[in-house]
Ligand binder design. Structure first.
Ligand code: OAD
Length: 241
């Protein structure tokens, strides 16, 4: 694997919740903890849930924003930041909305499912990096007064078209595809590694388990926590660095 990485020209990376697990961010398939144990992500992250109870959905995302604000990127995020310097062309696609890749300094990040750090007008779709917290949940759009919603993709919603096109292009045009910390269950992100393999790329799957992961020619598995496997992989590829 280290050889593939050292000689790769164009590397595309897809990350899921597993790469943030070692930072303390629960993955989707972990049971929701504490106050939220009574809910499933699928019951909160939907347009119907927001229409039914906008305050509850807004508060769930506010709780997740506050959780993420108090934690740091881990060695897995930092290894991918370093990799940007060591390969000629790297594109990082993430399904995560926690913003930890950007906070680790990664520059070419495609946020397929949006970001907790942004909100958008539920009427006009205007995106806001900041908003007035008046105590009302959800806060109001300062332009038109409609409720704000998190700028994330909910179940049943389409992905941002330009992000999806960029991700599919990066999957088709790479010679190495790293799939890191994802259960590979949710389309269209789940197909990206296999599109890369179909295009002749080597695929390396980094996960703590092989459960649910595809095997086959050109698909390699590194089993272990991303925060340990990624730094070790870079060390093996560039021992002198
Ligand atoms: P999941 O919670 O489905 O899967 C997390 C994956 O990370 C699992 O395969 C774990 O085995 C693996 N994992 C856990 N800890 C790890 C570690 N330390 N190192 C490496 N791997 C580890 O999260 P996602 O695959 O990201 O969609 O879920 C994909 C999408 O499903 C999410 O983006 C979300 C959810 O519905 C939307 O919100 C639209």
């Amino acid at each position: 694997m280290a050889e593939h990485l050292r000689h790769a020209r164009r590397v595309t990376v897809l990350t899921g919740a597993g790469i943030s697990a070692e930072s303390g961010v629960p993955t989707f398939r972990d049971a929701l903890t504490g106050l939220w144990a009574q809910y499933r992500a699928e019951e909160l992250a939907t347009p119907e849930a927001f229409a039914r109870n906008p305050a509850l959905v807004w508060d769930w995302y506010r709780m997740r924003r506050e959780l993420v604000a108090g934690i740091q990127p881990n060695p897995g995020h930092r290894a991918l930041r370093a990799l940007e310097e060591w390969v000629p062309d790297l594109v990082l696609i993430t399904q995560n909305v926690d913003g930890l890749h950007r906070r680790a300094g990664s520059s070419r990040v495609i946020e397929l499912h949006g970001s907790l750090e942004r909100a958008r007008c539920s009427r006009e779709n205007t995106v806001f990096e900041s908003w007035d917290e008046t105590g009302e949940a959800p806060p109001r759009c300062r332009a038109c007064g409609a409720p704000l919603r998190p700028d994330v993709v909910w179940f049943g919603e389409l992905l941002p078209p330009e992000a999806l096109r960029a991700a599919e292009r990066a999957a088709r045009n790479c010679d190495l595809f790293l799939s890191i910390g994802t259960s590979n269950l949710v389309e269209p992100a789940a197909s990206l590694p296999w599109r890369a393999a179909a295009g002749g790329a080597e695929v390396v799957v980094i996960n703590v388990t092989m459960e649910g992961q595809r095997s086959g020619p050109g698909i390699h598995h590194l089993i272990g926590p991303a925060g340990e496997v990624l730094p070790a992989l870079l060390q093996a590829a560039w021992p002198a660095r």
